[in-house]
Design a protein around this ligand. Sequence first.
Ligand code: PXL
Length: 345
Amino acid sequence: ASRENIISIQSHVLDGFCGNNIASFVLRRRGHAPKIFNTVQYYSKYKHVGFEMKQEEMQTILGALKADLAAMESGNRGKGNHRSGVYFLTGYIKTKECVETVMSHIWELKNEYNEKRDKQMDGHLDAPLPIEGKMNGDATKWHNGNSCADDSFLGKLLSVDFLWICDPVMGDNGKLYVDKDVIFAYKKCIPFVDIMTPNQFELELLCDWKIKNENDVTTCILFLLNRGVKLIVVTSVQYPFDKDHLYSYVGYLNSQGELVTFKYKIIRFDFNACGSGDLFAALLLSFVIRHRGNVRLIVSKVLNIVHNVIKNSLSSGELNIIENQDIIACDGLCGNFIKAEPVCA
Ligand code: PXL
């Protein structure tokens, strides 16, 4: 197996659970050893008093990381070692400048990686699929996601040793909690992201499109896929005509460039679950690295864990991360399994 380098770039709060307080615990509890980069230091998710990392400070640290990861990669070359995987998980970033800094460092490192990989693979017959390409064609045909065979195509696309999971944390329920121009910065990130996990509000902001029904969700998913994202997971959508449920959606383009989407219907709890998106993204990263293909099953498992943790946190007004650590570490098959359903055109 290859050695993992997980870099989680998110907020840190002194009190409570969100951002890196969730990601670091979840990832470590599941046996990973993430590198934790804090973009801000606030008192809590409700009291944003504290400070943000400045762009120059961020550049200093990410620059050192980039140099180290690149050196490690050349060190591995010729020694018969396996390549080490690099997985970025990005969440709460307060300012446009910092989002741009993160994006450019990830992009530069990815290019260095691919160049070295191409050189290494020269003459090898078992060279993996190229990471880029093929994903920019317009999806012209509809595919309702009933066939499981397509997952293997996505599995190959994701089974590269460099992935960026971008949770475009901007706000929830119509309320923005980052600078306004961060919206524009994330729009610029779209072509460079592998997996994106917006909630409904963030999807609307990224696509300039109000979501009123399922067709709107599909339109937005296709918009992002056509701009180069390989996999979209919309973590939660709520419709005015169904207040009792939340819906999650997954979308990708199959090997023919057709849109594949499916959805998950989840009983909605009355819980102001700020931080559940952060829990979702950290779990998704863990499952994607370990299981690669079969995205519909991976998302079922992740939703299942998140749902159970929220259910066990209802009385406390905070996600009970520590108390639910065994659920967080489990294989996701616990409780009532939330199955993928087709999305009908
Ligand atoms: O859960 C998203 C999040 C992350 N980080 C900080 C937050 C929030 C949501 O409020 O305030 C600091």
